[in-house]
Design a protein around this ligand. Structure first.
Ligand code: SAM
Length: 319
């Protein structure tokens, strides 16, 4: 099989971009933004990119392997059809949709949203994981331009009914249509192969604005402790709405440098974070380690403070 290099400039790291993203600079134009949430293998995005429509396409997907498959599709089209700039109006982000909307988009900046076959989470105990909750719809509303349209297609009637219950008070007017297969995405093909021919398309039109400010980055400040004994380092996990869970601690005596690996779990966001404890002239500095990316959130700031507390306790009373 012929290999094609992955296209550059299409994948965007939500951690490394300026937030909110200056989309006009990113695309080099002011065309309307069309967002696809949970694009899977990217069939719909790729179809849209092939249309002669002046739209900037932004795909959000939380699964790495699916995102890579979408990038490979673009590479294949570029390599095999001679359209070297195919997908120039496309950007892909590997991030949870709530985190993306909260941090990467200004209010009233998106003109169209598509979501094909959102995960239905059919078990009662899992309803809390469904995406189009009232709260998410209010957030989505805040990022949409006035009168912008959202299309959500589902294969599962109870999911449609649940969404219809979530809509009141979110600033959307809704309409439902029964449709046949028309997107040729992996999940549409899957349901068709199982004999399903009818799906439901929910259209939402924004008619009233809900304000939700952009979630801003938190300044990650370094902490300082006077003394530190790495041999006595013990970290107390924090478990709650924000959890900070200890994974590893390594210490390099030559450099007087300790590294603590932690998992920081906040609502919709789980990050692996390294916190460094490094000797300076006459004290120890505790800060996020260089060389890895993490969104600067309140959870990461808490992780740094907790490491500083644990470092302090290695020589303090009771150690
Ligand atoms: C059932 S699949 C449908 C994929 C694709 N749209 C299709 O029709 O084949 C749902 C997709 O949404 C993604 N997804 C689910 N929740 C998400 C979230 N909160 N943010 C981003 N992507 C999400 C999943 O990783 C998965 O790829």
């Amino acid at each position: 099989m012929e290999m094609h290099p992955l296209p550059e400039g299409i994948f965007l790291s939500h951690v490394d971009v300026p937030r909110p993203v200056p989309w006009r600079e990113q695309f080099g134009n002011d065309n309307p933004l069309h967002l696809e949430i949970g694009f899977g293998l990217g069939e719909f995005l790729v179809q849209q990119a092939g249309l002669p429509v002046r739209e900037n396409l932004i795909g959000i997907e939380q699964d790495w392997s699916r995102l890579c498959k979408c990038l490979s599709k673009v590479a294949l089209i570029r390599g095999s059809s001679g359209k070297a700039d195919f997908g120039r109006n496309m950007r892909l982000l590997r991030v949870d949709a709530t985190v993306a909307l909260e941090r990467l988009f200004l209010p009233r900046s998106i003109t169209r949203v598509t979501c094909l076959f959102p995960c239905p989470w059919p078990k009662k105990a899992h309803v809390k994981y469904r995406l189009f909750s009232r709260d998410f719809l209010c957030l989505l509303n805040s990022r949409l331009a006035d009168h912008a349209k959202v299309n959500i297609v589902t294969d599962w009637r109870p999911y449609l009914d649940w969404m219809l219950e979530e809509i009141p008070g979110t600033g959307f007017r809704s309409g439902v249509e029964t449709i046949g297969a028309r997107f040729n995405t992996k999940f549409e093909r899957k349901w068709r192969a199982e004999g399903q021919e009818q799906f439901w398309e929910l259209s939402l039109i924004k008619h009233e604005h809900h304000h939700r400010p952009v979630t801003e980055d938190v300044e990650l400040r370094a902490c300082f402790v006077k003394d530190f004994d790495p041999g006595r380092f013990q970290f107390e996990n924090i478990v709650g709405e924000t959890s900070v869970i200890y994974k590893d601690f390594v210490f390099d005596q030559k450099q007087n440098l300790g590294l603590v690996r932690l998992v920081v779990a906040e609502k919709f966001l789980t990050q692996h974070v390294w916190v460094a404890v490094i000797k300076t002239k006459n004290q120890w500095c505790v800060a996020k380690a260089d060389g890895h990316s993490a969104l600067p959130t309140a959870g990461v700031a808490l992780a740094i403070e907790q490491v500083a507390k644990a470092a302090q306790e290695t020589t303090g009373p009771g150690s």
